[in-house]
Design a protein around this ligand. Structure first.
Ligand SMILES: Nc1ncnc2c1ncn2[C@@H]1O[C@H](COP(=O)(O)OP(=O)(O)OP(=O)(O)O)[C@@H](O)[C@H]1O
Length: 219
């Protein structure tokens, strides 16, 4: 599902170029769950942004679901994301003016699904938010907002879920509930998971752990 070869990222900055990733090689099989650990600033989020096609690599190759991301232009990458990936961030990134149902329906509508609202309602019921369809994000708790974000990510049944510290803004117990749901959804749909975390206990729930250090995979 993911194949990275000598992946490099250098970003220009006022004080000179910043080398963030210095040659990453990684293979993740379909259906596998993998966690990326590493200290703050080790390049975890940068790696996720490259795999999602939200950032351009400065070297190496990225294949996701057999697609060479670097070969795609901006529009093609957006279509590729819609068809292939779900992403969940630490901040929930819901649209404040929209209800939970509308937030989950957006990517489905963009993908041309006529039954977007029915699928969105079902996705929200699966994260136990069937009673909150008409609530806006400000009317939901943090845990509920992240469950809406999970429903939005899983509603189009993506082959790959990218999760960046999805429990970072939640208390321990709420975070546990969200992660139980996330792993259950991955299992049900056979979704490949790449989970970025600081937390070794959470990481240990994945099939595999890799650790980023100084821009390379240290273990
Ligand atoms: N646009 C940018 N310009 C310059 N430096 C950047 C930029 N984006 C990221 N960096 C630097 O790249 C390094 C890696 O950042 P990244 O966000 O990928 O780390 P991370 O491992 O996800 O950290 P955290 O766990 O704190 O979220 C950091 O040192 C950061 O300061």
């Amino acid at each position: 599902m993911i194949r990275l070869r000598d992946l490099r990222l250098t970003i220009p900055a006022a004080s000179g170029p910043v080398n963030i990733l210095l040659g990453i090689d990684l293979d993740v099989a379909a259906g596998q769950t993998i966690s990326v650990l590493g200290a703050s600033g080790s390049g975890k989020t940068s790696l996720l942004m490259l795999i999602a096609g939200l950032e351009r690599a400065t070297g190496g190759t990225i294949e996701v679901a057999g697609q060479n991301i670097a070969a795609l232009d901006e529009d093609a990458r957006a279509r590729f994301r819609l068809a292939t990936l779900g992403i969940v961030f630490q901040a929930f990134h819901l649209i404040p003016s929209m209800t939970a149902l509308e937030n989950v329906a957006v990517p489905l509508e963009l993908a041309g699904r006529r039954d977007a609202h029915d699928i969105a309602a079902e996705a929200l019921r699966r994260v136990e938010l069937g009673h909150r369809l008409g609530h806006r994000p400000a009317q939901l708790s943090g845990g509920e907002q992240q469950r809406v974000a999970l429903a939005r990510a899983f509603a189009p049944t993506p082959r790959l879920l990218l999760a960046d510290e999805p429990t970072g803004n939640l208390d321990l117990e709420t975070g546990q509930t969200v992660m139980d749901l996330l792993f259950a959804l991955c299992r049900t749909h056979g979704t490949t998971l790449l989970l970025i975390s600081h937390d070794p206990v959470l990481a240990a729930r994945c099939d595999r752990i890799v650790t980023l250090r100084n821009g390379v995979i240290a273990s």
